[in-house]
Design a binder for this molecule. Sequence first.
Ligand SMILES: [Zn+2]
Length: 132
Amino acid sequence: MQDEPIDPFNGDPTDPAAELEDLGDDAETEPLTDAERQDVLEDLSDLEIYQALLSPTGIRGLVIECEDCHEPHYFDWDLLRGNLRHLLSSGRPRVHEPAYDPDPDHYVTWEYARGYADGVHDTLTEGTDDAE
Ligand SMILES: [Zn+2]
């Protein structure tokens, strides 16, 4: 039945032609490692907490110092969530879509948000002690 010559590279991962294909569109996309995925998932859950705590105080999102252009970028909560989900699904960050004409007064850093959340948590747990 098999009259045609067998391609010696057929199905071989070292096939030079296959390698050329791999250098195409996918060249810049590296899947996240499990640790990186975990980090992003933790950021997403932190984000939910920060938004719940801070948005009632007038905070609209977070400011992030950009590693590429060394300028602060302002991200609304929804934008941050979208960026993190994009990172999860594509393996690539999408940091250069900051909020348009933001008011810096309405944005805080991750560190501030984390400290705020810790403070609230401490207050709640201290409330169970004999705090006069
Ligand atoms: Zn930037």
